[in-house]
Ligand binder design. Structure first.
Ligand SMILES: Cc1cc2nc3c(=O)[nH]c(=O)nc-3n(C[C@H](O)[C@H](O)[C@H](O)COP(=O)(O)OP(=O)(O)OC[C@H]3O[C@@H](n4cnc5c(N)ncnc54)[C@H](O)[C@@H]3O)c2cc1C
Length: 291
């Protein structure tokens, strides 16, 4: 199928993009941002989305690049995801974000798809929202009233819905650099390499004298948004790291999940089972990794 007709704008500045969003909002016209088009274009072609207007961010100045600033990696929303795989700065300062990026689709999709697009799209099966919860990321939104910073745990509202207003553009994402001594892992199960995950788990934790501390664990592909596995985190705190503990903590995390999603590829029970197995595997991988 072909997309329904739409009006197309390619503003050169962020202010222009925000003005357009505001103007169409005032007129009651459905306008949408177009970034890399890797999710939106298929939705247009299938007519799952039928906006009247597309506002393409590709020519907007100042929305790319990655830099380190005040303990954060600051990434422009339009930076391609493949940069997050390739950039030495990302590998050195935030290896979990780099590893998560390698799980996203294929190289062609990562070349076209933007970092910001994955956060704004908020697919529950995407790796990035879960990593954002674990790392305590922040999103910078720019709208008619200026800019605001939204913490990750307030950004993802529900299935494909974020805290962004319809007149706001996600301008950059801020990723805390990995503190020395932090262990991390990300694992997922997908039907084919590059597919969105049926379920996945990512985590960070610290080890003090053989005891686990400060675990932050999130699952994706399971509920309407990525979710923290707080029961697993609590089970680990202050305990000696061994396989029996990992099994207990993983079971506690999986057990406490809200009823998981179900689809033709994976039942709710299978998704819960995957969360348990992947949490155990992530814990073993993270603890085995030299800090
Ligand atoms: C075959 C295939 C496999 C894939 N596998 C994965 C995977 O494993 N993991 C994964 O996470 N993703 C996967 N994706 C999705 C891919 O990562 C997309 O790139 C991403 O979801 C959206 O980024 P985009 O830049 O293409 O955004 P677009 O498709 O252009 O936009 C997506 C949505 O976000 C909004 N939006 C985009 N940017 C902004 C912004 N700056 N401010 C406000 N709103 C904005 C748009 O209005 C639209 O609603 C896959 C896609 C395909 C086609």
């Amino acid at each position: 199928m072909k997309p329904a007709p739409f009006e197309y704008h390619a503003p050169a500045t962020l202010a222009e993009a925000v003005n357009l969003l505001q103007q169409y909002e005032d007129d009651g016209i459905d306008a949408k941002i177009l970034a890399g088009g890797q999710s939106l274009m298929p939705m247009l072609a299938l007519r799952v989305a039928r906006p009247d207007v597309l506002i393409d961010l590709r020519q907007v100045a100042g929305l790319t690049g990655v830099r380190e600033e005040d303990g954060m990696l600051v990434v422009g929303a339009m930076e391609p995801k493949q940069t997050m795989v390739d950039a030495p700065l990302v590998r050195q300062r935030q290896p979990l974000f780099q590893a998560a990026s390698e799980w996203v689709g294929h190289r062609q999709i990562r070349n076209r798809g933007s970092v910001g697009g994955s956060f704004a799209h908020a697919d529950p099966a995407s790796e990035y929202p879960a990593v954002a919860l674990v790392l305590g990321m922040e999103m910078k939104a720019v709208g008619p009233d200026g800019e605001r910073i939204i913490p990750a745990d307030e950004f993802f509202v529900t299935y494909m819905t974020t805290a962004l207003e319809s007149t706001e553009v996600l301008a950059e994402v801020r990723i805390p650099v990995m503190a020395p001594g932090t262990r991390w892992a990300i694992q997922e199960m997908a039907r084919r390499n590059g597919d969105l995950a049926l379920a996945g788990v990512t985590l960070t934790l610290r080890m003090e004298g053989g005891l686990c501390s400060d675990a932050r664990i999130a699952a994706f592909g399971v509920n309407a948004t990525a979710v923290r596995l707080t029961a697993a985190e609590e089970a680990l705190e202050g305990q000696p790291a061994d396989a029996a503990l990992f099994a207990r903590a993983a079971a506690a995390g999986a057990e406490a999940l809200e009823e998981p999603m179900t689809c033709i590829h994976a039942s709710a029970d299978y998704r819960r089972h995957l969360v348990k197995v992947l949490t155990e595997r992530c814990l073993a991988e993270a603890v085995g990794r030299s800090a």
